[in-house]
Write a protein that binds this ligand. Structure first.
Ligand code: UD1
Ligand code: PEP
Length: 421
């Protein structure tokens, strides 16, 4: 099993370049299924397990997919597919692969996809996706572990109000509605930057989408979409993770590519913790020369504080000066990192959806595991400041979302290596 071995206590200095956003590239890869003419070439595609998994899903559907890891380009020709059935073995690996249902339904009027199931951070139902497809006229049948959606007469535009601004449901419904007859109005839509990126890509392919990035998205159906090239936005969560890293270790780094507009709540909270942040057009400079101050955070849909940064901020609070409250409102079970952080000497108690973190002057290195993607990032951050050696196992979770983590951290002066024993 592969592990990360970290020797803590090194300040971070230098420059790090942020890769393309996982949560933007995954739905955009799914959206290439809508291209009836011409292949798509995606640029700034991060090398992540999740990208390889969804690329494999498209291959199984019959798309021609070529990932150039060194160039970070992914070319996809989905003009001719051989099936609309997505197999269990791949979909179970990655919940986000369920976003292929919207494009398949739009283009072929049918799709059969394995139930994506829950994951470590919560049950993660897909009821809002399915309600949206039904409102557009699809019939949904669930059985034998599969969801079978059919719309033999095509989809029809309508008004849909999401009970919760779900990111995945917004994306899936937006893609399904692209080729529906007439207009779809999606209210209480998610407003994440990744939704805007997906809408921009769809529009470049010929879709008519307005309002992405606000809570009302209007989609006018078009008969056909045509493949196009596209560059993925930088990953705001990866950028935020490096920002927290330097807040914890001290030092001074420049984060190339980071878009400060996408990181407002993260920047505000780091400022409150006493971290110095300078934003410019090409990136963000972060420096810190003292122990961060404790702060409170509460996760919310965008533009609120991102749940995908909660674990990393909790890691920071474990060594902060004072007591911080972390409230998770988006997922019901996203505190798996608490017990792992406690193994390293953190003082945390959980009361319902809130974790109360009493900062300690020092963590101590030990063996811990990455219980999910961001929990894994939190353990790496803790290891960077802990005394002695920290070993992080189950790092396949981390590989889902961090492109080249070890090389990037080593480039900043961290002592971290990957071993396979
Ligand atoms: C690939 C991707 O983009 N992943 C992101 C996406 O996940 P994902 O799209 O799965 O997250 P959602 O916004 O859909 O989920 C948010 C909440 O809504 C609930 N819900 C969702 C759909 C549904 O049909 N019914 C329902 O009850 C979920 O269980 C969860 O409690 O947004 C999350 C919230 O910002 C991020 O943490 C993930 O990194
Ligand atoms: C929860 C996450 O991703 P996913 O929705 O792909 O599980 C994440 O990126 O932190």
């Amino acid at each position: 099993m592969e592990k990360l071995i970290i020797h803590g206590g090194h300040e971070l200095h230098g420059r790090v370049k942020i890769s393309g956003a996982k949560n933007a590239v995954l739905p955009i890869i799914a959206a290439t299924l809508l291209a009836q003419d011409k292949p798509c070439v995606l640029d700034e595609v991060p090398y992540l397990n999740d990208v390889c998994t969804i690329a494999e899903v498209l291959r199984q559907l019959g798309a021609k997919v070529n990932f150039n890891r060194d160039e970070h380009t992914l070319s996809i020709d989905s003009t001719v597919l051989k099936t609309v059935d997505a197999p269990y073995d791949l979909v179970r690996k990655m919940r986000a692969s369920f976003v292929i249902m919207g494009p398949l339904l739009a283009r072929y009027g049918k799709a059969k996809i394995s139930m994506p199931g829950g994951c470590a951070i919560g049950t993660r139902p897909i009821d809002l996706h399915l309600k949206g497809f039904e409102a557009l006229g699809a019939e949904i049948e669930i059985g034998h572990g599969f969801i079978n959606a059919t719309a033999p007469n095509g989809l029809k535009g309508t008004s849909i109000y999401l009970d919760f601004p779900s990111v995945g449901a917004t994306e899936n419904i937006m893609m399904a509605a692209c080729m529906a007859e007439g207009q779809t109005i999606l209210e209480n839509a998610a407003q994440e930057p990744e939704i805007i990126d997906l809408a921009n890509f769809l529009n470049i392919m010929g879709a008519k989408i307005r309002g992405a990035g606000t809570n009302v998205i209007k989609i006018t159906g078009v008969p056909k979409l045509i493949g196009h090239n596209y560059t993925i936005i930088p990953d705001r969560i990866e950028a935020g993770t490096y920002m927290v890293a330097v807040a914890m270790t001290g030092g001074d780094i420049y984060i190339e590519n980071a878009i400060s507009e996408h990181l407002k709540p993260v920047i505000a909270k780091l400022n409150e913790a006493g971290v110095t942040i300078q934003e410019d057009i090409d990136g963000i400079r972060v420096s810190c020369n003292k122990r961060p101050k404790a702060i409170d955070i509460k996760t919310l849909p965008y533009p609120g504080f991102p749940t995908d940064m909660q674990a990393q901020f909790m890691a920071m609070l474990t060594i902060a000066d004072g007591t911080g409250f972390v409230t998770e409102t988006v997922f019901e079970n996203r505190f798996m990192h608490v017990d792992e952080l406690k193994r390293m000497g953190a003082v945390i108690r959980v009361d319902g959806r809130t974790a109360i973190v009493d900062g300690v002057p020092k963590l101590t290195g030990c063996q811990v595991k990455a219980t999910d993607l961001r929990a894994g990032a939190a353990m790496v951050l803790a290891g960077l400041v802990a005394s002695g050696e920290t070993q992080v196992s189950y790092i396949h979770h981390i590989d889902r979302g961090y492109d080249n983590l070890v090389a990037k951290l080593c480039g900043l002066g961290a002592d971290i290596r990957r071993v396979d024993n």
